[in-house]
Write a protein that binds this ligand. Structure first.
Ligand SMILES: Nc1ncnc2c1ncn2[C@@H]1O[C@H](COP(=O)(O)OP(=O)(O)O)[C@@H](O)[C@H]1O
Ligand SMILES: [Mg+2]
Length: 270
């Protein structure tokens, strides 16, 4: 698909379509909160095997945008497409079932539980037969084994003991668990809202490495961040959100961070 033949690509978003195809597309999303405009008609697309960075000042509509993509909010108008098919998400569960996982800024991990239990929180594997079906016993061993496979795949080799409770892990390791959970269950798209906001440099790099691995596995990634170096380091394209609209879509190769920030704050116009 070329940009020219695709009605979803506007002048402000004229980057070529990703070679592998668009996995998630939003067209004309609007959302009002009473008189406050959260989104005023936003287009966005992310390809399979692509990282789309999202930057914007406070109040620009980043969270509203993410929430509309992940079923936490239903837009007033506009349309989402997953693999080209129109979809409507009325709640986060709908998006998850469709293959879109979200890592929220406030870590959705349960500190007192072990790593495997955190990975499977809300999606526990039950034992077979009466024990699982009637008494809802969990298959701890299956969860441990699967957790190990996931974490090995993602290269989180520092987390040795799956039975260790999450409260004994560092911030970066906890965030890694949250990303690993999204990676384990997100079959199409992983959305990350400020995943490195509370992390140090080393820990941020761990999370960014995971983002790259997910991209290399063919997932579409939407990464919201205030950290410009992080965004420039991992994004294939960067969506600049401003005053409820998309002010520009940039590439790290063609725009510097300061140019991006200038567009974000309105000091420069595309
Ligand atoms: N639940 C809400 N109720 C009222 N106004 C909201 C709500 N959520 C967001 N807004 C408003 O919508 C605009 C966009 O907010 P938001 O998406 O949170 O921006 P960002 O995440 O970029 O900081 C802001 O003006 C914000 O005050
Ligand atoms: Mg926000």
């Amino acid at each position: 698909m070329t940009a020219a033949s695709d009605p979803g690509v506007t002048a402000q978003n004229d980057a070529p379509e990703p070679a592998t195809g668009v996995v998630l597309r939003a067209e004309g999303l609007t959302k009002k909160f009473g008189q406050v405009v959260g989104l005023a008609g936003v287009d966005l697309h992310v390809g399979a095997g692509e990282v789309l960075g999202v930057i914007g000042d406070n109040g620009a509509g980043k969270s509203t945008l993410i929430n509309c993509l992940t079923g936490a909010l239903t837009p007033d108008s506009g349309q989402l497409y997953l693999d080209g098919e129109p979809v409507v998400f009325r709640r986060p569960q709908d998006a998850r079932e469709a293959g879109i996982e979200t890592v929220y800024q406030t870590l959705g991990v349960a500190p007192a539980l072990d790593i495997a239990s955190n990975l499977f929180l809300g999606r526990e594997i039950r034992r077979g037969g009466v024990a699982g079906q009637l008494f809802r016993f969990l298959d701890q061993r299956a969860m441990q084994q699967k957790a190990e496979v996931f974490l090995k795949q993602l290269g989180i080799l520092t987390i040795q003991n799956m039975k260790q409770s999450v409260e004994t892990l560092s911030g970066g390791q906890r965030q890694a668990i949250a990303v690993a959970r999204a990676a384990a269950f997100g079959s199409k798209v992983v959305v990350l809202d400020e995943p490195t906001a509370a992390l140090g440099v080393k820990e941020s790099n761990l999370v960014l490495d995971m983002v790259r691995q997910l991209r290399d596995r063919g997932l579409g990634i939407v990464l919201v961040s205030h950290n410009m170096p992080n965004v420039w380091a991992v994004s294939d394209r960067i969506h600049v959100q401003r005053l409820g609209t998309c002010a520009a879509v940039l590439r790290p190769q063609t725009h510097t961070m300061s140019e991006g920030v200038a567009i974000m704050t309105g000091a420069a116009v595309v």
